[in-house]
Write a protein that binds this ligand. Sequence first.
Ligand SMILES: Nc1ncnc2c1ncn2[C@@H]1O[C@H](COP(=O)(O)OP(=O)(O)OP(=O)(O)O)[C@@H](O)[C@H]1O
Ligand SMILES: [Mg+2]
Length: 220
Amino acid sequence: MLHATGIYKSYGTLAILKGVDLHVAKGEIVSLVGASGAGKSTLLHIIGTLDRPDKGTVVINGTPIDKLNARQLSAFRNAHIGFVFQFHHLLPEFTALENVCIPAFIKRVSKREAEHRASELLELLGVSHRKGHKPGELSGGEQQRVAVARALVNNPAIVLADEPSGNLDSENAAALHQLFVELRNQLNQTFVVVTHNEELANMADRTVHIKDGMIESHQG
Ligand SMILES: Nc1ncnc2c1ncn2[C@@H]1O[C@H](COP(=O)(O)OP(=O)(O)OP(=O)(O)O)[C@@H](O)[C@H]1O
Ligand SMILES: [Mg+2]
């Protein structure tokens, strides 16, 4: 599903990633851990095509992404990659349902089809009773579940999450982690999750540690 090979990234003279290899199979949940500043978000952005490596290749679902131009890249990203961030980044003026539909609209899916899929996901995530609410009218856990639904609406090859539970209390954090496992079990969804939360790291199939610009893998 994902092959990142020999990834290097520096900021000026500061070498952050020094030959990272990360391979993730379909339906696998991989957690990415490491000290603050180790390069976790940097790696996630490179995998997510939001940033380019100085050297190395990223292949997602058989597509080498360095071959794509800027326009192809944003279309590819919208269609194949779902993002969940620490802060949900939902649009405040739109309802939960509309927020979930937006990536589908960008992909030019019809309104009817997008709303159908979005409603299904909100149901699956247990927030369908709040689909007419705007983000400000939702709890933190509900907002994060809506953000997960938005990440899933285009059936992405891979969901990338950067400290998705960092902003939640322990109960909601545990529920979100359980949700990732259920989505993997039900939809065979693939996840790479950056987390400081040991519980979440332990729920993953595999934990990848970033240290000194390199990674080491352990079966979870
Ligand atoms: N645009 C940039 N310009 C210069 N340095 C940067 C830039 N982005 C990140 N860095 C540096 O690269 C290092 C890695 O940053 P990154 O955000 O990947 O860390 P992280 O592992 O996600 O840390 P955290 O757990 O605190 O989120 C940090 O030392 C950071 O200061
Ligand atoms: Mg980070």
